[in-house]
Design a protein around this ligand. Sequence first.
Ligand code: SF4
Ligand code: SF4
Length: 357
Amino acid sequence: MARFIAQIEAILKQAATQAGFDLAGVAPARLGDSRELQFFSDWIAGGRAGEMAYLESRDGVGRLKRAALECIAPWARSVVVCALNYNTAHPRSTECHDPERGWVSRYAWGYADYHDVIMERLRRVEACLRAEVGDATIETRCYVDTGPVVERVLASYAGVGWIGKNTCLINQRAGSWLFLGVILTSLELTPDLPAPDRCGSCTRCLDACPTHAFVAARELDPTRCISYLTIEKRGAIPEELRAGMRNHVFGCDICQDVCPWNRKAPTSAAPEFQPRPKGFYPVLAWVANLSDEGFRASYRRSAIRRAKRSGLRRNAVVAMGNSGERGFVPLLQQLTGDSDPVVAEHAEWALRKIGDL
Ligand code: SF4
Ligand code: SF4
């Protein structure tokens, strides 16, 4: 049996490589008293989830689904974790200083929604596993980000990387520009060894965060994080956080851009991750003027759609205010009369920030 399992593991990792994944590992499904999952429960109890109610989903007996795989898949014994590098040969947010443009997080630049890209590859690995073991004898289930699974905790137990002080999964060779996907299986595989923590005494990510979103190393208050504010937050952004958002219109990469483990991160030539024309560093005035139709056409099958048109335009208006550019004043004045009251209110704020109200 042990020999059979070892063969399956080797075949699985080969299948992951053939499906285009850069890294793969195996984690146990039952993490028992894992401090990361306990931390997640405490984090939810502390009200950190903000408007992300999906993080708090519970099973029939009130257990947090994300705190233990037993809640959603009691049959699961092992988890195959796969990672795909999405870094492309383009500059970092910390290298781009054009006041007329806004930053879009690196993961959202491409031509495809990463959920689709990863899921299609995971299915190939899953099919290989089922074919090798015998379809009727095992259960499997794939997740990419949207299920009640904390992928990066499983990835750290699978040896794919360690969870850095910036809360991202980091691999010593590949850096942290990684999409993660997992396959739960009822098969009892041998887990890989967890990767050692290589952050050492570095605190670059903690020091660089413009909204002071880190409560401590590896402890993020998402309600202060630009990613949350620009993507998940609906309606008005708290005024005290707007200046710290700088020029971000969708997500934020700063705590990854400053990480030394990303300095030499390899780049991917995969066509689906290359930036679409309005995906990378778009012109703020164009974003603020986006029509419904323009939004739909420009961001078809893009992760950017999650912010919705109203949120994206609101974010562009905040970025215009933060730019201090007087050239934006006529457009901002026009936007104070916008039919979207959120955009109009943020335009008034932006004018005050520039000093024109
Ligand atoms: S993504 Fe940006 S705002 Fe969020 S913690 Fe990192 S540096 Fe701070
Ligand atoms: S910037 Fe430094 S502390 Fe932060 S995740 Fe990277 S190595 Fe760790």
